[in-house]
Ligand binder design. Structure first.
Ligand code: ZN
Length: 58
């Protein structure tokens, strides 16, 4: 079982990126890195909370 985050689920419809990881911490690290390098967005607590509500277990 893994956790999966996809940009499209948070409304970034033009980004096909998704990230998977075994733990929430690992996933958030990947999502934060992607958000910063690709979208120029620095994740804050609000964004992290929102992102976590869209994470799916696969
Ligand atoms: Zn993205």
């Amino acid at each position: 079982m893994a956790l999966e985050f996809a940009c499209q689920r948070v409304g970034v419809t033009d980004c096909k990126h998704s990230a998977t990881a075994d733990t929430k911490e690992e996933l958030l690290a990947k999502v934060a890195e992607h958000a910063r390098t690709v979208h120029g967005v620095e994740l804050n607590e609000t964004l992290i909370d929102y992102a976590l509500t869209t994470v799916e277990e696969t």
